[in-house]
Design a protein around this ligand. Structure first.
Ligand SMILES: Nc1ncnc2c1ncn2[C@@H]1O[C@H](COP(=O)(O)OP(=O)(O)OP(=O)(O)O)[C@@H](O)[C@H]1O
Ligand SMILES: [Mg+2]
Length: 157
């Protein structure tokens, strides 16, 4: 499946993209985020959380492995995982995170490469990179990859 390649030129544009993606999400969707330190994964996550209308202030999960936001008035509850401090997929399973991802919340996982082997087949992948083609520190290239057979792969963002 061909990835969609997008460029954002500010944190706000990355959040706007998260809003657009949120419109096509379903209960139980899982988004895997890839990208270096400071690439913009948490910026994207905060946009997504806001778009879903999930309850509560956004907090960086850097020192926690998971922040959970209830649905309340919003569309879906939201799980924000950060796998940075995990040793791998085994730890993910030990913590029972695989069961959480199977539920109705929309899940987003920062540093998804660390738990790659634990990701469900339906995972939507979002790869964020600082653009090498630009000197502007605020430019990011964002690759969006829906799983095989997912009709959302044909949408334009
Ligand atoms: N186009 C852009 N999209 C997203 N963030 C941007 C962009 N341009 C500049 N930034 C800045 O880059 C930083 C991204 O930080 P963020 O915490 O989202 O990164 P991260 O990928 O979550 O890092 P970590 O791996 O440490 O969790 C922020 O300071 C943000 O303001
Ligand atoms: Mg982060």
């Amino acid at each position: 499946m061909q990835p969609t390649l997008l460029i954002t030129k500010s944190p706000e544009e990355t959040k706007t993209l998260a809003f657009e993606i949120a419109r096509v999400l379903h209960a139980g969707d899982c988004l895997a985020l890839y990208g270096d330190l400071g690439s913009g994964k948490t910026v994207f996550a905060s946009g997504l959380k806001e778009a879903l209308g999930a309850e509560g202030e956004m907090q960086s999960p850097t020192f926690t492995l998971l922040r959970s936001y209830d649905k309340n008035g919003g569309t879906y509850g939201f799980y924000h995982f950060d796998a940075y401090r995990l040793g791998g997929a085994d730890e993910w399973f030990d913590l029972g995170f695989d069961d959480l991802v199977e539920g109705d919340h929309v899940s987003l996982i920062e540093w998804a490469d660390i738990v790659e082997d634990a990701l469900p087949e339906r995972t939507i992948r979002v790869k964020i990179e600082r653009s090498i083609e630009s000197d502007d520190d605020n430019v990011r290239s964002i690759e969006l990859l829906f799983p095989k057979g997912d009709p959302r792969a044909d949408l334009e963002f």
